[in-house]
Ligand binder design. Sequence first.
Ligand SMILES: [Zn+2]
Length: 353
Amino acid sequence: MNEPDIGHMKAEAYREFEAGNFKRAAEVLIAVESRIGSYDALSNDIAVAHFKKGDFEAAIGKFQEASELQALASKLIIDNLIEVMKDSREVSMQPERLPEEEVARQLSRTFCPLCGSADKGFQALPEFYRKHAAEHGFKHFGRGEMTAHETYTCIGCGASDRERLYAYWVSSVLCRQELSRKAKVMHFAPEPGFSRWMESIGFTDYQTADFAMGGVDHQVDLMSLPFSTNSVDFFVCSHVLEHVIDDRKAIAELFRILRPGCISLLMVPIISGLDEIDEDPEESRESERWRRFGQGDHLRLYNRESFVSRVRGAGFEVSLLDVSYFGAATYQSLGLKKESVLYVVKKPEMSNV
Ligand SMILES: [Zn+2]
């Protein structure tokens, strides 16, 4: 029997992928895998095909496998490099300066969970932010815990680095059934791309809310929400609290509306290495806000400790999910800087509010 060779099978898979036949593309790639075994890029491609055809559980499993294979490949290359360097009398051994990140970068393909593009890559943060920071003398520019300046925007869909991490994490909690598509979801200050993605993945009760933004389901003041106690199963509130006059009041309201036992996503811009929070809700001069808080409509600049302590102060449990949780290869593929942290809050089961 004449079996097609691997090259032809791969070409067929990518043709099917291009044509939008993701199920067929996944089948062919799996057939390739069964003949030649797994390697990171192939597992990644199978994962993307699963993702595109809507099988998130299979996609996450394959992404994890790709991550592990990629980490293994990085380690092999690093080990070989060390061997080569040991053998060379010309080069001194400085393992702490090995280009591990460079190796990982070369091995890695980029992936955006919002648009599903596997190799489009990312663009740097718009120059506008750097210029404004310099003009106003904002001295913490570039020290944001999360903002990846060089890989900020997905070329495929415009999603920011944090939106890519949110979508990746939401996919994974849906797969692990820690979150249901039947959950009542409230998305505050919805980021357009992430909001479209949230709608597209099939939540049956997805609503949006904001103070000033048009086109949302609810016009709300975060310090006094018009929602019943324990009425929301999952909220996303990202980069909102730094705009609010009394953030403790807002966090208390978020705590009140969340149903006990439920998790949610609560994020603010955090400056790495900042000793203490800098805030002044009374400051109304825009240029002064730019100088101190890094944006003309921000009222404070958080450090990690003050943010976590305010969130815990309201009664939430807080999990800080970082690169050790998601894996270095996943961060690399998503274009995240390695200091990035996802703040997941939980209202304890036994809450009286
Ligand atoms: Zn994208």
